[in-house]
Design a protein. Structure first.
Length: 75
């Protein structure tokens, strides 16, 4: 699943008249995954010069790890 697919799924979920609990969890997960993909792109850019960008690399990795813990199972 790439960035465009995740964005489309999120838009489709938001277009529904009522967001049920599983759909809300799914939407939250899709937002987290989309954010992680964007952060991954930023991380790749920072890895071009790892010595200079070491602190930014650590911060991006820590943010991605924190986001990973916020993904919830859909029941």
């Amino acid at each position: 699943m790439d960035r465009d697919d995740t964005g489309k799924k999120g838009s489709e979920t938001l277009a529904k008249p009522v967001i049920t609990q599983p759909a809300g969890v799914q939407l939250g997960n899709e937002i987290v995954i989309y954010t992680m993909i964007v952060l991954q792109d930023l991380l790749v850019e920072q890895l071009i010069n790892p010595v200079t960008n070491f602190n930014q690399i650590i911060a991006l990795a820590a943010t991605m790890a924190a986001l990973n813990t916020s993904i919830k199972p859909v029941q």
